[in-house]
Write a protein that binds this ligand. Structure first.
Ligand SMILES: Nc1ncnc2c1ncn2[C@@H]1O[C@H](COP(=O)(O)OP(=O)(O)O)[C@@H](O)[C@H]1O
Ligand SMILES: Cc1cn([C@H]2C[C@H](O)[C@@H](COP(=O)(O)O)O2)c(=O)[nH]c1=O
Ligand SMILES: [Zn+2]
Length: 188
């Protein structure tokens, strides 16, 4: 389990990345960290890309229905304007944001903000997704989570797409995707 670095003394501001396949618990872990920050009386702002309308337009919602309010954004530069005077910034579905997101996160961290980013490390083809590889390179702390393979019960790293749609971005849940381990993913 991720334990927050001490906030006492020293220079603050860092980037945490939570990654993994679909259903691995990224959103739950993001919500857990953000709720704890609020319990610590820190000022928290939460963002997601506007295209993520899967469960709710405004809220970040996990597959298990835990939720937290957020601000949907068209582009990552808006975070710099909206994250004034905050201690912690949470960002979900980072793979859908534009190419500016890594340097936006850098700037936030330099302002002394704790930045917590959650996103899919790989798309349905098993390729690095959007800005996630760059965020992983810049992160101070990385948490890779795993789902359970629906075929064999082992640890799952991959998000297998059940439809023939070839667009990289295709919103969905169990209707379109299932988490699979390496072996079950490549067997198909
Ligand atoms: N195959 C699976 N492996 C693990 N968790 C699953 C699976 N199918 C459904 N879940 C549910 O998904 C939850 C995680 O949801 P969520 O945090 O939204 O994941 P992510 O954001 O990584 O897609 C788990 O707590 C569990 O209840
Ligand atoms: C693999 C993959 C996923 N997506 C979409 C499907 C979901 O709407 C989100 C991922 O949500 P989660 O919180 O990680 O479960 O991304 C996509 O558009 N393209 C893909 O290749
Ligand atoms: Zn498997």
């Amino acid at each position: 389990m991720f334990i927050e670095p001490s906030l006492a003394g020293g220079r603050r501001g860092w980037i945490e990345v939570i990654c993994g396949s679909m259903f691995s618990g990224k959103t739950e872990e993001l919500i857990r960290r953000l709720k704890r920050a609020r319990i610590a009386n820190l000022k928290v702002e939460i963002f997601k890309p506007v295209i993520d309308t899967r469960y709710d337009i405004q809220h970040i919602v996990s597959h298990d229905e835990s939720r937290i309010n957020s601000t949907p954004l068209e582009n990552s530069q808006q975070i710099l304007l909206l994250a004034q005077d905050v201690d912690v910034v949470g960002i979900d579905e980072a793979q859908f944001f534009d190419g500016e997101l890594p340097q936006v996160c850098d700037q936030l961290a330099l302002r002394g903000i704790r930045v917590i980013v959650a996103g899919l490390d790989m798309d349905y083809l098993g390729k690095p997704f959007g800005q996630m590889p760059f965020l992983l390179a810049k992160a101070d702390y990385i948490t890779k989570l795993h789902a359970i393979c629906v075929k064999c019960g082992n640890i799952a790293n991959y998000s297998y797409r059940k439809s023939a749609d070839k667009h990289t971005v295709l919103l969905g849940e169990t209707d379109l995707y299932e988490p699979r381990c390496r072996h079950c993913y490549y067997e198909e």
